[in-house]
Design a protein around this ligand. Structure first.
Ligand SMILES: [Zn+2]
Length: 178
């Protein structure tokens, strides 16, 4: 049941990052990829997301470490996809990795995220995307010795997530999120 079976690392993944030039009228869903449940044109995403959200979610960017909203957050709650609102992670699986990004040892459920073998930047990594809208979330690493139940680290950009605190939970450690 490990996601690190043949289907992830053995997979000659198609690298399907959105074409930044495809900014004209949305013709969504004609490119033959498995269609995500939430489909919007590039122009729509640009309109709905802030520039930083767009850069990370739709162009597979990475926020600078220790700058994101949630890297040091311990608030109980559910983390949704910032782009489409699908529930992706919970505070139960969040742990302190001290890597500068929110880190989880598992997603909320199987199938909520999808994996893409990422060989860009001279590295060999597994990219994590939202299973519903195909937005970039971060990467997942395996076998680093963090001592969590799975020994996996879902290293996720804060800007890809939105924390919905559980009823009665203190909001974001007293930080005033901007
Ligand atoms: Zn999404």
């Amino acid at each position: 049941m490990s996601i690190f079976g043949n289907n992830i690392f053995g997979n000659k993944a198609t690298h399907a990052v959105a074409d930044p030039a495809a900014d004209s009228h949305g013709t969504g869903g004609e490119d033959g990829r498995t269609a995500p449940a939430v489909q919007k044109s590039d122009a729509q995403w640009r309109e709905e997301l802030t520039p930083e959200e767009y850069r990370v979610l739709r162009q597979a960017g990475t926020e600078r470490p220790y700058t994101g909203e949630y890297w040091d957050t311990h608030t109980a709650g559910v983390y949704q996809c910032r782009a489409c609102g699908t529930e992706l992670f919970t505070s139960n699986e969040k742990f302190d990795s001290h890597c500068g990004w929110p880190s989880f040892w598992a997603p909320l459920a199987e199938g909520t995220v999808r994996y893409i073998h990422d060989r860009t930047m001279g590295m060999d990594r597994v990219e994590v995307r939202c299973g519903a809208c195909d937005s970039h979330l971060g990467h997942v690493f395996d076998g680093e010795g963090y001592g969590t139940p799975t020994d996996q680290r879902y290293c996720i950009n804060s800007v890809s997530l939105r924390l919905v605190p559980k009823d009665g939970a203190e909001p974001a450690d007293g930080a005033t999120a901007g």
